[in-house]
Write a protein that binds this ligand. Structure first.
Ligand code: PEP
Length: 251
């Protein structure tokens, strides 16, 4: 599997028609010679329509979230069965907006990760520190807690279903991208932690994406860092051209 994975998180934006147009723009702009695996995470309601656009292409379809229980009396939630039925092969869990706007805890994030893996799906586990945590010198402690909460007790086979997205909360949607040194240091910290929890081979095989104000003009430098294996892109994924520019910059 190629190390570089660029996923576009469209967040809570757009009509179904706009999502279809965006997906068509991404598909039309790919040449087939990209050095990255590419995925998009549309809003739930647009997933079936976007699935039809992506059919027969190499672009993967992801969801922005999932619920941890199976089908049943959970009004308003979306199960892994529903996602799979709609053609989704992976989902984000623990995105900072879910953690810090909706209030999801590490325990909830872990239940979602477990549900996805049990359903045979892949997971992007998002971790990252808030600005006050960084300024208080707590970045590594936060990454340690969130990563351990997400991964402790997984088998190596289960870990292989997981991609980690390091997304410093202060960099998401703010235009304040982490420096290459900050990103590399955080990614190396996570990889070393995973090596200590599993083994070096498992840690080396783990894809760790950077997310936080990635744009076409900063993507190549970020993704050239030894421990940065791809990008999770929000704002810049809302225009096909800027998302394609990021993919083009993948190493
Ligand atoms: C995101 O939504 O995960 C994200 C990284 O957003 P942005 O690229 O806009 O900072």
């Amino acid at each position: 599997m190629r190390k570089c994975f660029v996923a576009g998180n469209w967040k809570m934006n757009g009509t179904i028609d706009e999502s279809v147009a965006l997906a068509k723009g991404v598909v039309a702009g790919l040449t087939g010679s990209e050095k990255a695996d590419v995925a998009v995470c549309p809003p739930f309601l647009a997933i079936p329509a976007v699935r039809d656009v992506l059919a027969g292409t190499a672009v993967r379809l992801g969801a922005q979230d999932v619920f941890y229980e199976g089908n049943g009396a959970f009004t308003g939630e979306i199960s892994t069965d529903m996602l799979r039925d709609a053609g989704v092969s992976f989902a984000l869990v623990g995105h900072s907006e879910r953690r810090h706007v909706i209030g999801e805890t590490d325990a909830i994030v872990r239940r979602k990760l477990d549900a996805l893996i049990a359903a045979g799906m892949d997971v992007i586990l998002c971790v990252g520190e808030k600005i006050e945590e960084r300024e208080a010198g707590k970045t590594e402690a936060v990454l340690d807690t969130q990563t351990r909460a997400g991964l402790t007790g997984l088998t190596r086979e289960q870990l292989a279903k997981v991609t980690i997205a390091y997304e410093p909360v202060w960099a998401i949607g703010t235009g304040k991208v982490a420096t290459t040194e900050q990103a590399q240091a955080a990614h190396k910290f996570i990889r070393d932690l995973v090596a200590s929890m599993f083994d070096q081979a498992a840690a080396d095989a783990l894809r760790i994406q950077y997310g936080g104000s990635v744009k076409a003009d900063n993507a190549a430098e970020l993704m050239a860092q030894p421990d940065v294996d791809g990008a999770l892109v929000g704002g810049a994924a809302l225009k096909a051209d800027s998302f394609l520019g990021i993919i083009a910059g993948a190493r």
